[in-house]
Design a protein around this ligand. Structure first.
Ligand SMILES: [Zn+2]
Length: 123
């Protein structure tokens, strides 16, 4: 979570980094159809845990702050949801979470890497 490694993307065709379609469900997650035919189904928690913003990754020299979904003191909190998703140029989307995080820029590279991570886990 601290450092993003893109080596998993080596050897993929250029289409693998082009999302053709996003299906966004604010309460369940984001599905992506990639130009090379691959399909991703990202759950909310999965994406939130990988929030690439400086706060979550510790880029400002502070320790990384992983969201804690298991802490019983937090169970009364509002369920994790997406407030909105905005395109960032031609290369990324930014996800605004209902917990206030909105600086996470999910580049297509990052999303594709997360896809590979899921694919590896499920195989
Ligand atoms: Zn964050």
């Amino acid at each position: 979570m601290s450092e993003v490694k893109y080596s998993e993307l080596d050897g993929l065709p250029p289409e693998a980094l082009i999302p053709e379609h996003f299906a966004i469900s604010k309460s369940t997650g984001i599905k992506v159809d990639w130009a090379d035919g691959a399909q991703s189904d990202f759950k909310l928690e999965f994406l939130r845990e990988r929030c690439p913003c400086a706060h979550c990754t510790g880029a400002h020299g502070t320790p990384p702050q992983a969201p804690d979904f298991s802490n019983p003191l937090h169970v009364y909190r509002e369920r994790l949801k997406i407030d909105r998703v905005e395109p960032v140029g031609q290369y990324a989307i930014s996800i605004h979470w209902n917990d206030g995080h909105k600086m996470g820029i999910y580049s297509y590279q990052l999303l594709r890497m997360l896809h590979e991570e899921l694919a590896t886990k499920n195989s």
